[in-house]
Design a protein around this ligand. Structure first.
Ligand code: GTP
Ligand code: MG
Length: 319
């Protein structure tokens, strides 16, 4: 809890930590009831006449905590409500939204930092360096963009109070198009950690959202270990969030997976010369896979999210 407290940076994570602490404190305080009332009773024996004051104090503290808990819950609900609206707006976006999930220290923030070239993203060896969701727009080599979100890391035996408090943050993953499950492949017991993540995710996830397993920190592995992982997880993507080349390759492979899982779609279209500026205008939101010059125009294979693809086709074919 102390680690969480120290790392809580946004007002929301501060509220969440306070809520978790109080929820944790209240049962303990109730458990203390007998002792405290005994103190009150003892005082009567000494003739100071404070019988009952111990209990009153306890009740007072209990009520105070309960009030504060209710207040915090209300505030968090409001923040969640605002985020839901934002998420919904993002959901109506014409580019895919992806969440990076994984055990604490897997390298989630490092990956987002490398993808977005945002030096300000905080990375650290300490546990739970990230407590609130952070999103960045990232471009695939094809030109297509996506929103990538960094999330709070998981641990084994995450206290129930904390799961409750962070549910709203993690709930974000229900509003994403796909999940990137990042694993520190250099850890001896990475498979145990994968299980922990799986359990928590299956607890929170409502929909059937595509999940891609990504092994990170392969710069720390020898050739044999890499081959071993490839054999065990043929579908997985391997990356070193610290290497630029590796991150480029990661984006190529990820985009392919997004196509395979129909998060994005590709379509061949024909565009006349005089309409090519329209395609130029759409860049950033679409990817271009192939472009062939043919009679009086171009044959182009574009990739985009389905809703956007439909819109583009209407706009381009209608005119
Ligand atoms: N060698 C190596 N180290 C890495 C790599 N990726 C991340 N790290 C290191 O791993 C540590 C944890 O990285 P973070 O990005 O903060 O991990 P995180 O998953 O965001 O952790 P939390 O926010 O605590 O959940 C840092 O010291 C990083 O420098 C990698 O590909 N190779
Ligand atoms: Mg982090």
């Amino acid at each position: 809890m102390e680690i969480f407290r120290r790392n809580a940076k946004t007002s929301e994570s501060k509220l969440q930590v306070e809520l978790a602490t109080l929820t944790y404190e209240l049962p303990k305080l109730i458990g203390l009831g007998k002792e405290l009332s005994r103190i009150g009773g003892g005082a009567r024996g000494t003739g100071t006449g404070t019988r009952g004051s111990g209990e009153t104090l306890l009740e007072y503290r209990r009520r105070n905590i309960k009030d504060r808990i209710n207040h915090l819950k209300k505030q968090l609900k409001e923040i969640e409500h605002v985020r839901k609206i934002k998420s919904k707006q993002r959901n109506e976006l014409y580019i895919p939204k992806l969440s990076i999930l994984g055990y604490t220290s897997a390298g989630k923030s490092t990956l987002l930092k490398a993808l977005s070239a945002d030096e300000k993203i905080y990375v650290s060896k300490k546990l739970f360096s990230t407590l609130s969701t952070l999103s960045r727009r990232v471009q695939f080599p094809s030109g297509l963009s996506a929103i990538f979100s960094d999330t709070v890391g998981f641990i084994r035996k995450l206290p129930v109070e904390l799961i409750e408090s962070f549910k709203s943050t993690l709930d974000e993953i229900n509003y994403t198009d796909a999940i990137i499950e990042l694993i520190d492949a250099s850890e001896e017991n990475f498979e145990d950690k994968m299980l922990v993540v799986d359990n928590i995710v299956s607890d929170i996830l409502r929909e059937n959202i595509p999940r891609f397993v990504v092994f990170n920190k392969i710069d720390k592995l020898n050739f044999d270990k890499i081959q071993h992982i490839k054999m065990l997880y043929p579908e997985a993507i391997l990356v070193s969030a610290k290497s630029k080349e590796s991150v480029h390759e990661f984006l190529l492979q990820l985009e392919k997976k997004l196509l395979d899982f129909k998060v994005i779609k590709s379509k061949k279209i024909f565009v006349e010369y005089h309409n090519i500026w329209k395609i130029e205008k759409l860049k950033n939101n679409i990817g271009i896979k192939r472009q062939n010059q043919v009679d009086n125009g171009y044959e182009i294979e574009i990739i985009a999210k389905e809703n956007y693809l439909n819109k583009i086709l209407k706009e381009i074919l209608n005119t």
